[in-house]
Design a binder for this molecule. Structure first.
Ligand code: FES
Length: 107
């Protein structure tokens, strides 16, 4: 919501009226291509069942919009509250760093 990660289960409609909402479907390229974060999750092996992936990707995107080169601790902090039963988190953190390098190559 307005480039901040929010938990949709805790939002009321009145709290998002007039605000910009980005969903996991909305971050893909117009031609349907994957967002660099989505591709990085695939390339880093950060997706297994995929249940957590939309929340992880959108939380990571909110972080990368304000922090172009986060360290591992900053990524963990940004993703806290997103639970993954499959990957053990290391690949997810790898994916976020990989995406940051692709999205902001000169930083
Ligand atoms: Fe299965 Fe994260 S990939 S819960």
């Amino acid at each position: 919501v307005n480039s901040e990660a929010k938990r949709s289960c805790k939002l009321k409609l009145k709290d998002v009226l007039g605000k910009e909402i980005t969903t996991i479907e909305g971050i893909s390229a117009e031609d349907g291509g994957l967002h660099p974060l989505q591709q990085a999750f695939i390339d880093a092996g950060a997706i297994q069942c995929g249940f957590c992936t939309p929340g992880m990707v959108l939380s990571a995107l909110a972080l990368l919009l304000t922090n172009h080169k986060p360290n591992r601790a900053e990524i963990r902090q940004a993703l806290k509250g997103n639970i993954c039963r499959c990957t053990g988190y290391q690949q997810i953190i790898d994916a976020v760093q990989r995406a940051a390098a692709i999205m902001y190559p000169n930083e």
